[in-house]
Design a protein around this ligand. Structure first.
Ligand SMILES: [Mn+2]
Length: 332
């Protein structure tokens, strides 16, 4: 029998596409395969064996993907930033690789899988967008950027430089591991607060030469003044949802009152984008089993991804990885 050619997918009168993919990718964007082109590639890391308190972040990637579906991105390829009137080709720029396969026993066993997955995305010239998972996964993702130096920006209530746990691979220690193994040129920690940060951690972070802007101070900084405190990029941005106030992000293992809100986050992202390209980012610590059926923490995390993706695209002409350009791999 003669094989018929597949007819092109018809477009609606307003350019809307009739069919999405048959499984929930982030925002309904197209699936990504190693080597194919995209400006940003989402990957899930459903790992929570680094959790020291309440678990459940292994369900984070699927919850964030599901929460990203209020109006699938892929149906309308172009989004408009309503405040700046900038058109952003988010749906065409983003693709979703799916979740990294993991053994779930310990991070030392699993991190080569995570590093390799992030490395494949970098080799394709794209910005890796990681959905956690607990915060320990940031280390193996950053490992994929070697030997390209990045500046690390950490949004979190915690300093995450705990070195007292014997295994060293908990979600309380990514900053210490990243610094000790020389995976970053600088450390900037934003939104730190609460009495759970120990004196040991405070001393350690001073010694490491990090820029630390606590929540109370951060709330008072406008975009320009915050930008002055940041180094020049390229940046890797790691967002722990406990950076936000528990009123808007209750679904996480170690919430802390006195957190920040989404408008603060937008200001921070703009300030970072002013100072240089964002070459990778993650949003971690969403635990859907710790919140009610409203799923607001997952929705907030999905919006963080979109906001950071928009910042990557709006700076795309200067960024080493960008849409519509040469797509030179960041590494090698
Ligand atoms: Mn953290």
């Amino acid at each position: 029998m003669k094989t018929r050619e597949t007819p092109p997918v018809p477009e609606g009168p307003d350019g809307a596409r009739p069919f999405g993919p048959p499984f929930p990718t982030f925002g309904g964007v197209r699936p990504w395969h190693p080597g194919s082109r995209a400006a940003l590639v989402v990957m899930g890391v459903p790992y929570d064996a680094g959790t020291t308190n309440r678990p459940g972040t292994r369900f984070g990637p699927r919850a964030v993907r599901e929460a990203s579906w209020t109006g699938p991105l892929a149906r309308r390829p172009e989004f408009m930033d309503r405040e700046t009137a900038t058109p952003l080709p988010l749906a065409d720029a983003l693709a979703d690789a799916g979740d990294v396969w993991l053994e779930h026993e310990n991070l030392e066993q699993d991190w080569p899988h995570i590093t390799r997955a992030a490395g494949l995305i970098l080799e394709a010239g794209a910005v890796p967008v990681t959905l956690g998972g607990d915060h320990s996964i940031t280390y193996p993702v950053l490992k994929a950027f070697e030997p390209t130096p990045v500046h690390y920006v950490h949004l979190d209530t915690h300093l995450d430089c705990d070195t007292i746990f014997p295994t060293g691979w908990t979600h309380g220690s990514p900053v210490a591991r990243i610094h000790q193994d020389g995976l970053t040129r600088s450390l900037t920690l934003l939104g730190i607060r609460g009495l759970t940060n120990s004196g040991h951690d405070a001393a350690w972070i001073r010694e490491a030469g990090a820029v630390v802007i606590p929540a109370r101070e951060l709330r008072r900084l406008d975009e320009a003044r915050l930008a002055e405190r940041l180094p020049r990029g390229p940046f890797y941005v790691s967002v722990d949802v406990d950076f936000f106030d528990p009123a808007v992000a209750p679904g996480t293992g170690t919430p802390e009152p006195g957190g920040l809100f989404f408008p603060h986050f937008q200001t921070i992202v703009s300030a970072i984008a002013r100072r240089g390209p964002i070459v990778g980012f993650d949003v971690v610590e969403v635990s859907p089993i710790l919140e009610g059926p409203h799923g607001k923490t997952a929705r907030l995390a999905a919006c963080c991804v979109l906001e950071l993706a928009a910042a990557v695209l709006s700076r795309s002409k200067d960024a080493p990885n960008h849409i519509g350009g040469t797509h030179e791999p960041l590494r090698r």
